[in-house]
Design a protein around this ligand. Structure first.
Ligand SMILES: Cc1cc2nc3c(=O)[nH]c(=O)nc-3n(C[C@H](O)[C@H](O)[C@H](O)COP(=O)(O)OP(=O)(O)OC[C@H]3O[C@@H](n4cnc5c(N)ncnc54)[C@H](O)[C@@H]3O)c2cc1C
Ligand SMILES: *[C@@H]1O[C@H](CO)[C@@H](O)[C@H](O)[C@H]1NC(C)=O
Ligand SMILES: *[C@@H]1O[C@H](CO)[C@@H](O)[C@H](O)[C@H]1NC(C)=O
Ligand SMILES: *[C@@H]1O[C@H](CO)[C@@H](O)[C@H](O)[C@H]1NC(C)=O
Length: 533
């Protein structure tokens, strides 16, 4: 009895003093900001937890509602810089006062790593560093790291109807995370990933210097294009090459259920999608839907969505020759401009006329979600799909979508080591298990089911390693049986080999060179050989 009381009071004292240290750290940190800042306006971009705007700023780009739960720690302080010098000041003071930094661009990280952390931290929200400078003549653009894909697409289209950029489908995804992890979308079979088109960058390194491609050197410049910039520094801006697109493109979405031969079409799809001309990307998404008019368990609905860089006259005969099983008709197809296709494929607006300004909006409704990814090198047999359907029919299974994006084309032509993103030739397609749900009480079941699906898929997915896409960040793939995460090199290689394959070691080399003490770190950041963190 007595010893319990003593232990309790010691624990309490430790807790209180920890709390005291945190408060003191904050105090010192804030003081440091004002002292070190040559820019007197820094006080206007600091939001402490007692600021009435703190919560709305934090939640605005918290795209995954899972991480609104109180158990996920919030930043001690949020900084919303307008000037690059303010980031440098924050970096200096964080280092001095033992606070970690999390940088947020679009806030889509599926594990919330841009705005949660187990250790006391400062969040830098780049939302107001989002200017975009398009040079239509040179076909390049400088894009600040806080910009979204929708903003980039919009600004390109403002300048030219025949320029575009290869990046993702969801307009609110930020270029800060997206480009530094790869970035795929409907023109990747023609132009590769976003990261493949990055030609320069401005990065703040651990010493607070602003580096460009030349001053950072080719190794660091290599690492930030697919290796996840969060391990190496803070990206301020990217310079990208724009790509030429036809003034008229064609898009379609065709939906088939099991009753309409969905499985047969899906099976056939696996053999053709990665071998089609590179002007054509057809994605496939399937999920379970319930049928109110029958007593059956429901059906599977598979949507084939596509973008073709050309007119419908060329698309129809091509589809008739290469993929007649889909039964595409002229009525299924819509001709439009490339920028309209960005809206159409995002699913933001169901029908014309498309309001292009929707691409600038950063505030769409948010949901709970979980992502897991796989790469497929051999077609999955029909019984494999049928087993997936069974899981989709389980309770809560309607929350899971299985998304397929075919590779081949340009994706196969780029070498596995050109940038850290290694998933190139040999992959017929990429698979995303995307669980999305609306109510908190569904979370546990949804998370359990998506893991069950992933385990079920083991025989059909790539092996040694079972490859995964960094931008579908998944802390589970780095956990050992005890369920904890690790950052030491051997343990990091569990997830590192999956995301980066043979590029993992070079990423560790670069990390060791540019951030030996591992200041820039998170639950799945590249470890340094000279740090035990
Ligand atoms: C609904 C949805 C749709 C998606 N669609 C696609 C798609 O079509 N194609 C695709 O490839 N991916 C897609 N993704 C995945 C997306 O590419 C990744 O989640 C990406 O990392 C998000 O970038 P962000 O800036 O929005 O996220 P954030 O959460 O802001 O950042 C992600 C990571 O990058 C770091 N980071 C952000 N900015 C910087 C910076 N300036 N400097 C250093 N580190 C930084 C963060 O700290 C964090 O670790 C989708 C995700 C969602 C949720
Ligand atoms: C900062 O970004 C927010 C969100 O996009 C925007 O509403 C606001 O106007 C911006 N502030 C300035 C001063 O640009
Ligand atoms: C399904 O495929 C069969 C056999 O190829 C074909 O006869 C039938 O018309 C198809 N059904 C639909 C709805 O397309
Ligand atoms: C964002 O959208 C939500 C829900 O529609 C709304 O409540 C909120 O006020 C919006 N935030 C801003 C800053 O516009």
């Amino acid at each position: 009895m007595k010893s319990t009381t003593i232990i309790l009071s010691i624990t309490l004292a430790l807790l209180l003093s920890f709390h005291g240290i945190v408060l003191l750290t904050n105090e010192n940190f804030l003081q440091c900001l004002s002292v070190h800042s040559e820019d007197t306006s820094i006080s206007e971009v600091i939001y402490t937890q007692d600021n009435p705007l703190y919560s709305s700023i934090l939640d605005f780009s918290k795209q995954n509602l899972l991480f609104r739960a109180p158990k996920y720690p919030k930043p001690q302080v949020i900084i919303k810089p307008f000037h690059v010098s303010q980031i440098q000041t924050v970096l200096k003071c964080s280092q001095k006062h033992g606070l970690q930094i999390r940088v947020r661009s679009g806030g889509h990280d599926s594990e919330g790593l841009s705005y949660t952390s187990e250790v006391p931290f400062v969040m830098i929200d780049l939302i107001n560093l989002s200017s975009i400078n398009v040079d239509a003549e040179k076909k390049t653009a400088w894009v600040q790291a806080g910009a979204t894909l929708g903003q980039l697409y919009y600004r390109i289209a403002e300048k030219s109807k025949i320029l575009g950029f290869p990046a993702g489908v969801c307009p609110t995804v930020g270029v800060g995370g997206h480009f530094s992890g790869g970035g795929y979308g409907y023109v990747m079979r023609k132009f590769g990933l976003s990261a493949d088109q990055v030609v320069d960058a401005h990065l703040i390194d651990v010493r607070g210097r602003i580096l460009d491609r030349k001053s950072m050197g080719e190794d660091l410049f290599w690492a930030i294009r697919g290796g996840g910039a969060a391990s190496f520094g803070i990206i301020v801006a990217w310079k990208v090459n724009l790509v030429t697109v036809p003034s008229t493109v064609t898009a379609f979405t065709v939906t088939r259920t099991l009753e309409n031969n969905a499985t047969k079409i899906l099976d056939k799809y696996q053999y053709v999608a990665d071998k089609l001309p590179e002007d054509l990307v057809i994605s496939a998404t399937f999920r379970a839907v319930s049928l109110s008019n029958t007593k059956k368990k429901g059906t599977i609905m598979c949507s084939f969505s596509s973008l073709f860089l050309g007119g419908v006259d060329r698309l129809l005969p091509l589809m008739q020759e290469r993929f007649p099983d889909l039964g595409l008709t002229k009525e299924d197809c819509k001709e439009m401009s490339w920028i309209e296709s960005a809206i159409y494929l995002s699913g933001l607006q169901a029908s014309e006329p498309y309001k292009l300004e929707a691409l600038l909006d950063r505030n769409y409704s948010k949901s709970f979600f979980k992502e897991k990814s796989d790469y497929v090198r051999e077609p999955i047999p029909v019984k494999g799909f049928e087993g997936m359907y069974d899981l989709l029919y389980e309770k809560g299974g309607h929350n899971i979508q299985v998304v397929i994006f075919p590779y081949g084309g340009k994706m196969s032509e780029i070498s596995e080591s050109a940038i850290p993103f290694p998933h190139r030739a040999g992959n017929i397609y990429y698979l995303l298990y995307f669980a999305v749900w609306e109510k908190e009480e569904e979370s546990q079941n949804a998370l359990k089911l998506v893991t069950k699906m992933y385990n079920y898929m083991t025989p059909y997915a790539s092996k040694n390693p079972r490859a995964a896409y960094l931008n579908d960040k998944d802390l589970e793939i780095g956990r050992n049986n005890k369920g904890d995460t690790h950052t030491s090199i051997k343990k990091a290689s569990i997830w590192g080999n999956k995301y980066f394959m043979n590029n993992f070691n070079k990423l560790v080399d670069v990390k060791t060179m540019v951030d030996p003490d591992n200041f820039f770190r998170n639950e799945q950041s590249i470890p340094s050989r000279s740090s035990s963190y």
